[in-house]
Design a protein around this ligand. Structure first.
Ligand code: PAF
Length: 281
């Protein structure tokens, strides 16, 4: 496995590979877990060579404490990737290799996708994601790029980004991997105490209850049910729960026939923010 810390050298290595090889790309912020590894495995199945970037992108954090406390485990990440069978190239840059001059984000219009849910609660977040993913796409020039459905809104936005930036990259969404108690795998889970980790089962349990009742209950009724479940558990603070149209990500007012719906949730366990989602129909 080769590790590059400079885009110049990564581009050089890739330009000789590109002639014959299909290139898959998995962008990450490190603190890799089984969810990331499943993306890399899928990319290895479908490509000859896979680039994994590890970069905690400052412009997508709207909260400096969250950025500071984001887990950074590059040595563990590298040993996890070394265990995989297949050609993997790691890109592990410093900030200055990706942001020359000012560390700032471009303003994007993703057709309104950026204004819903995460966009409402994390101002500027998707400008930061769009900026870094666009930079990385232009460096790696992959045939396909792999994103987890845990960040379902990000996945939809990256699909839109590829269209806006006219980048011929196949964007592949991959299923959420869960811990035994149902908690969606996330790098932020490393910040939970053992008790918080155990009790976080409430998130997926509640989403499954919503899915079970989706055909019979009203949307207002389901919103009230989720609020109630979290009121009963003071160790978790519900930031938002929304049932939204899967395509537009707009809040669903009623269950229109022919539309696909998904439930989305963001919850705080003290200062650790956890998100999850589930398809409903
Ligand atoms: O999902 C993530 O880890 C990040 O948002 C991404 C796509 C690597 C961009 O920094």
């Amino acid at each position: 496995m080769v590790i590059h810390t400079q885009k110049k050298l990564l581009v050089q290595a890739l330009s000789s590979a590109k002639k014959n090889d299909k290139i898959g790309f998995v962008p990450t912020m490190g603190a890799l877990h089984k969810g990331h590894i499943s993306l890399v495995k899928k990319a290895l199945e479908e490509n000859d060579l896979v680039v994994v970037s590890i970069f905690v992108n400052p412009t997508q954090f709207n909260n400096s404490a969250d950025l500071q406390k984001y887990p950074r485990t590059p040595e563990d990440d590298i040993s996890l990737l070394k265990n995989l069978n297949g050609k993997v190239m790691v890109y592990l840059p410093e900030i200055s290799d990706l942001y020359e001059g000012s560390v700032s984000a471009k303003n994007y219009n993703f057709g309104g996708l950026e204004n819903e849910m995460e966009g409402k609660h994390r101002k500027g977040h998707f400008d930061g994601v769009g900026t870094i993913v666009n930079k990385l796409f232009r460096i790696v020039k992959p045939d396909a790029a792999y994103f987890g459905e845990k960040d379902f809104q990000q996945l939809q936005i990256v699909k839109k980004l590829a269209t806006i930036e006219k980048l011929p990259i196949r964007i592949v969404g991959c299923p959420i991997l869960r811990e035994n108690n149902g908690l969606a795998m996330s790098s932020r889970n490393k910040r939970l105490s053992a008790k918080q980790f155990e009790e976080s089962a409430i998130i997926y349990k509640t989403l499954k209850e919503v899915r079970e009742k989706f055909n019979t209950a009203s949307i207002a009724g389901l919103n009230a049910l989720v609020a109630e479940r979290f009121l009963q558990n003071p160790n978790f603070k519900l930031e938002y729960f929304e049932i939204a149209n899967e395509k537009t990500l707009k809040t669903a007012k009623r269950k229109n026939k022919g539309s696909k719906f998904r439930a989305f949730i963001a919850v705080f366990a003290d200062e650790v923010r956890l998100i999850d989602n589930i398809p409903l129909n």
